[in-house]
Design a protein around this ligand. Structure first.
Ligand SMILES: CC(C)(COP(=O)(O)OP(=O)(O)OC[C@H]1O[C@@H](n2cnc3c(N)ncnc32)[C@H](O)[C@@H]1OP(=O)(O)O)[C@@H](O)C(=O)NCCC(=O)NCCS
Length: 155
């Protein structure tokens, strides 16, 4: 079952946010700081309070086994960009013990329905290139790359 989080779910959501943080610190230790600092932990309560954000959880047998933090972005027109609205998936994770059982797919199905209900025509997210498992998942549910960040060493 997938549903919007309740305040009492947020401590468990933070356990899963820490898993994502570990994936990032392992994949790019040059960029991400190890550990799950207090600011990162408390940020979930800012998301909880925000009017243009939501926290969604997946449950299996009463256990929260996955979550998504989402942001309803409404960008005004600027001199070089058209006004656009999109539904941004900012954080996303399934507990390791529950992977490859369709939990993340169920979260995306819920998100798509929620986006439609809000009149949003587009889902977006960004991800790190080292995270090939996540890329395979996102592609499996229909996401396509539309923009790239590139880098090279110049030492
Ligand atoms: C990426 C992630 C959310 C996928 O969750 P999941 O619940 O296991 O995904 P699903 O079971 O819905 O997978 C659906 C399909 O996606 C593809 N897929 C999912 N994980 C995959 C992986 N690690 N490698 C290759 N393909 C994968 C498969 O096609 C899968 O179908 P199959 O199991 O029938 O082969 C999960 O691995 C995760 O939380 N990873 C760590 C955190 C993370 O990277 N978050 C994203 C940060 S941007």
């Amino acid at each position: 079952m997938v549903r919007f989080a309740k305040e009492e779910d947020l401590a468990r959501v933070n356990e899963l946010r820490e898993v994502v943080n570990d994936v990032h610190t392992e994949g790019r230790p040059d960029i991400f700081k190890p550990g799950f600092c207090d600011e990162l932990r408390d940020y979930i309560y800012e998301i909880w309070e925000a009017e243009n954000k939501d926290i969604i959880v997946a449950e299996r047998d009463g256990v929260i086994c996955g979550f998504a933090c989402v942001h309803f972005v409404d960008k005004p027109e600027s001199p070089y960009i058209n006004a656009r609205k999109f539904y941004d998936i900012e954080e996303f994770c399934v507990d390791e013990a529950f992977r490859r059982q369709g939990v993340a797919t169920e979260l995306i199905d819920f998100i798509k329905e929620d986006a439609k209900r809000r009149g949003m025509k587009r889902l977006e997210l960004n991800m790190w290139e080292f995270n090939q498992g996540a890329l395979a998942f996102y592609e499996s549910v229909g996401f396509k790359t539309y923009r790239r960040y590139m880098e090279m060493d110049c030492e």
